[in-house]
Design a protein around this ligand. Structure first.
Ligand code: TRP
Length: 336
């Protein structure tokens, strides 16, 4: 990737079913980003095992995510799509970064606090050092920009601190990455509880629409989505309705104003039924492409192989540099 373009890197944990919140808040933007940046989109499987997973399902889900990355339009010739665990340098850099990460910084991470509250029976040290692995994902490729949800801002702040600390302690090595937080409207909320965000790991599947949900299910979930007892379609009526209008706007590329105008004199049921159809039609090409490629393991493995070898080339360079700066004896000396 020797060019003047900046590097963008992002990742999603393979836990739960990818949902429209991932699509609207992240993946849809990745498709545009890949045209102008060197881009790396990871399936961060090593992060996902900080929470207990069923091994056979995790493995299947990684392939399913890969297919969905491809089906929404991420081009494996333009972007690097890789499974994190295929590039062991992530773990090598993590160790080095661990040695400069203050314990206090990790214990201040709100996501760690939240996760340990929810996950009392499995508070493992992976959950604690999770942000250091994320920092290594980002710094390994010298990413300039990192598209993430607002909940990841603190992890990115830590990444920047670690990069600066390393650069100061040794010598300039890492770019300092900036977060790219999606604008309002691309933050999609739960259908049943519009005060919390729509999450692919939600146990209640009525809260989310998966990218692979079939049309009947989509219609049913939208019908059941919480709104309010008002009658005009107005963005300010309730969080629930505003969320549905945001989803409508994102899939139809119509503005909130246009949508409100269009539904003057119409009912919530008209709006919901149109919204269901818009989502169904938007997901149709994605689902079609998905079903074409999901069974073609050879094709998928070729993509994984080619892409992780591209990623490894960059990663190897960074690790050699980092090991040298830290004072480790180069193994390459012994071989050549
Ligand atoms: N922690 C991120 C999340 O849960 C996922 C992630 C891991 C990530 N590594 C990353 C995101 C690197 C951006 C860049 O959303």
């Amino acid at each position: 990737m020797k060019n003047n373009k900046k590097t963008v890197l992002s990742g999603i944990q393979p836990s739960g079913e990818l949902c429209i919140a991932n699509y609207i808040g992240a993946m849809k933007n990745w498709i545009k980003i890949q045209e102008d940046y060197n881009s790396i989109f990871l399936i961060v499987d090593l992060h996902s095992i900080t929470v207990s997973q069923v091994p056979s399902e995790l493995r299947k889900r990684c392939y399913s995510y890969l297919c969905q990355y491809l089906a929404v339009g991420i081009d494996p010739e333009k972007s690097i799509i890789a499974i994190q665990s295929h590039i062991p340098e992530h773990l090598e850099l993590m160790w080095i970064l661990n040695t400069i990460t203050p314990l206090g910084d990790l214990s201040r991470m709100t996501q760690f606090k939240d996760k340990t509250k929810k996950n009392k029976e499995n508070i493992n040290s992976g959950l604690f050092t999770y942000p250091v692995l994320m920092a290594s994902d980002i710094l390994l490729y010298n990413a300039d920009l990192v598209p993430v949800g607002a909940d990841q801002k603190q992890h990115l702040e830590l990444t920047r601190n670690l990069a600066e600390k390393f650069n100061n302690k040794f010598s300039p090595t890492f770019s300092i990455p900036d977060p790219l937080i999606p604008e309002r409207g691309s933050r999609i909320m739960s259908l049943q509880d519009p005060n919390s965000k729509m999450s692919k790991s939600d146990a209640n599947l009525n809260n989310l629409i998966s990218l692979l949900d079939d049309p009947d299910l989509i219609v049913r979930k939208i019908k059941r989505a919480v709104t309010d007892s008002k009658s005009e379609i107005n963005y300010t009526n309730s969080k629930g309705l505003a969320n549905l209008i945001d989803i409508y706007s994102s899939f139809s590329e119509k503005s909130i104003d246009e949508i409100e105008q269009f539904y003057i004199g119409k009912q919530y049921s008209d709006f919901k039924s149109d919204l269901g159809q818009i989502i169904i039609e938007s997901l149709k090409p994605i689902q079609k492409k998905y079903s074409q490629i999901i069974k073609d393991k050879t094709y998928l493995d070729t993509i994984l192989k080619n892409n992780s070898s591209k990623a490894s080339q960059i990663a190897r360079k960074t690790i050699s540099k980092v090991y040298r700066k830290v004072g480790l004896v180069s193994k390459a000396r012994l071989i050549y």
